[in-house]
Write a protein that binds this ligand. Structure first.
Ligand code: PLP
Length: 384
C-alpha cells in the first residue's frame, strides 16, 4: 500500500500534555499535567443549557452564533474588556477558542506567512499555524517575569511576517502583559502592518491585584486585532466547546464563513447556557473564582518552594513553571518522568513550550484542581 498521512499532518506532533496524561494514568498518579478545570459549573450556566434543550433550542444556529450569546458577549466585552463590538457584525461564536483561532488563521493567513509567538508558548498555537501552512517564529521571554525587549521583536520580523500572537494571561508562563508591553507590541504591529492575534481565555484569572488589558483597547489597534476568548475556563466547561473571536467586521465576516465551513456552529443549547451565565453571574462570581485560584496558587507555589523546585510565581492563569535544573535527567521529559515515578504527580516538561532544546529548566504544573486533589498532589510532592 502506498497510502500515507499527509505531509501537513506529519508536522503536527501529539501534545506532550496528552502523552504525560497517559503516563500519569499508567502510574496511577495525580494529573497536574492537563489544564482541565474540573471545578463546579455555575448554576445559571447549567440551568440555562438544560432549559434550552427542553425548550427546543437544538438546531443549527446562525453561522456566527445565537443572537442572545453574541449580545451577551458584546455587553461583557464592553464592561470587562473595554471593547465596543457590534454583536451583529464583529463577534463570531465558535467551537472553543481553539476553533476561533483556527477559523481566524484559515481566514487571514496565506501559506508561508510568518506569525511571531512569544515563548514559552501554548502548543496549540504552533500546531494551528502549521495546520494552515503558516510559519511560527519566536521571541523568547525571560523568567521569572517573562520579560522581552523591543529589539527582540525587531530581530524576529521578516518581509513574510504577517502577525504576532499575544496570550495574556499566558499559558504556561502565567504572564500578564502590561500596558507598556502592549503599547510596544501595538507600535511594532503598526510599523510592520501586522495582525495581532490575542488569546485571552484566562482573562479572569489574575493575581495580586493585576488588571487584564486587551490589546484591542490600545489606541488604533481594534482594526488589526483579533481578540479570541471563550468560557471553557471561566465557567469550567472545557467540554462544551464555546469560544469566540471579536474583531472588525471586515475580518469577522470571513471568520464566520470559515467557522460555518469547519464547525457549522457551536452546540446550540450550550451557547444559550453560556449566554445566561454571562448575563446572570455578577462581579462576585469572578471575584470568588479569583480568590479560590489565588489560594490554590499559594498552596502549589509554597509546596514547590519547600521541595526546592523554585516556582516562577504566575501573575495570572492557573499554571506554574517550576525550576527543575538540579533534578537528574538529560531532558525536562526525563525530569518530569522522575517526578512522576517518585511522587506520582504528573507535570508537563518544557519541551512542550519551547521550539528548540534550551536549558531544560522547567516543568509545568496545573493547579486548576479540586482542593482535595491538589492537597494530595502537594503532599505527594513533599516526598521529593
Ligand atoms: N488557549 C489557551 C492559552 C489554553 O491554555 C487553552 C486550554 O488549555 C485553550 C486556549 C483552549 O481553550 P478552548 O477550550 O476555548 O478551546
Amino acid at each position: 500500500m502506498t497510502l500515507e498521512i499527509s505531509k501537513k499532518a506529519s508536522r503536527i506532533v501529539q501534545a506532550e500534555i496528552r502523552s504525560m496524561s497517559i503516563e500519569c494514568e499508567l502510574h496511577n498518579g495525580v494529573n497536574l499535567a492537563q489544564g482541565v478545570c474540573d471545578t463546579e459549573v455555575p448554576f445559571p450556566v447549567r440551568r440555562g443549557a438544560q432549559m434550552a434543550i427542553d425548550e427546543g433550542v437544538n438546531s443549527y444556529t446562525r453561522y456566527d452564533g445565537i443572537g442572545e450569546l453574541r449580545q451577551a458577549i458584546a455587553r461583557k466585552m464592553k464592561s470587562y474588556n473595554g471593547i465596543d463590538a457590534n454583536p451583529d457584525t464583529d463577534i463570531v461564536v465558535s467551537s472553543g477558542s481553539t476553533g476561533s483561532f483556527y477559523a481566524a488563521c484559515v481566514s487571514l493567513l496565506n501559506p508561508g506567512d510568518e506569525v511571531i509567538l512569544f515563548e514559552p508558548y501554548y502548543g496549540y498555537h504552533v500546531n494551528t499555524l502549521l495546520a494552515v501552512d503558516a510559519v511560527p517564529t519566536y521571541v523568547r521571554m525571560y523568567a521569572p517575569d517573562w520579560t522581552f525587549m523591543a529589539e527582540d521583536l525587531e530581530n524576529a520580523v521578516t518581509p513574510r511576517t504577517r502577525g504576532i500572537m499575544v496570550n495574556t494571561p499566558g499559558n504556561p508562563s502565567g504572564k500578564v502583559f502590561t500596558k507598556r508591553e502592549l503599547q510596544m507590541i501595538a507600535a511594532f504591529a503598526k510599523k510592520h502592518d501586522l495582525f495581532v492575534f490575542t488569546d485571552e481565555i484566562y482573562e479572569y484569572f489574575l493575581y495580586d491585584g493585576r488588571e487584564h488589558i486587551s490589546p484591542a483597547t490600545i489606541d488604533g489597534m481594534y482594526e488589526r486585532t483579533i481578540t479570541i476568548s471563550g468560557l471553557s475556563k471561566t465557567f469550567s466547561i472545557t467540554g462544551w466547546r464555546i469560544g469566540y473571536s471579536v474583531c472588525h467586521e471586515k475580518w469577522a465576516k470571513m471568520i464566520g464563513y470559515v467557522n460555518d465551513l469547519i464547525y457549522v456552529c457551536a452546540p446550540a443549547p450550550l451557547q444559550m447556557g453560556v449566554a445566561k451565565g454571562l448575563d446572570q453571574l455578577g462581579a462576585d462570581y469572578y471575584e470568588n473564582a479569583r480568590k479560590e485560584y489565588a489560594a490554590k496558587r499559594e498552596l502549589i507555589c509554597s509546596t514547590l518552594d519547600k521541595v526546592g523546585l523554585k516556582p516562577c510565581v504566575p501573575q495570572g492563569a492557573y499554571y506554574v513553571l517550576a525550576d527543575v535544573t538540579h533534578l537528574s535527567g538529560n531532558t525536562s521529559k526525563d525530569k518530569a518522568m522522575n517526578i512522576l515515578k517518585k511522587t506520582g504527580v504528573a507535570s508537563v516538561p518544557d519541551e512542550a513550550f519551547f521550539h528548540e532544546p534550551g536549558d531544560r529548566q522547567f516543568v509545568r504544573f496545573c493547579f486548576a484542581k479540586h482542593d482535595d486533589e491538589l492537597n494530595e498532589a502537594c503532599n505527594r510532592l513533599l516526598k521529593l
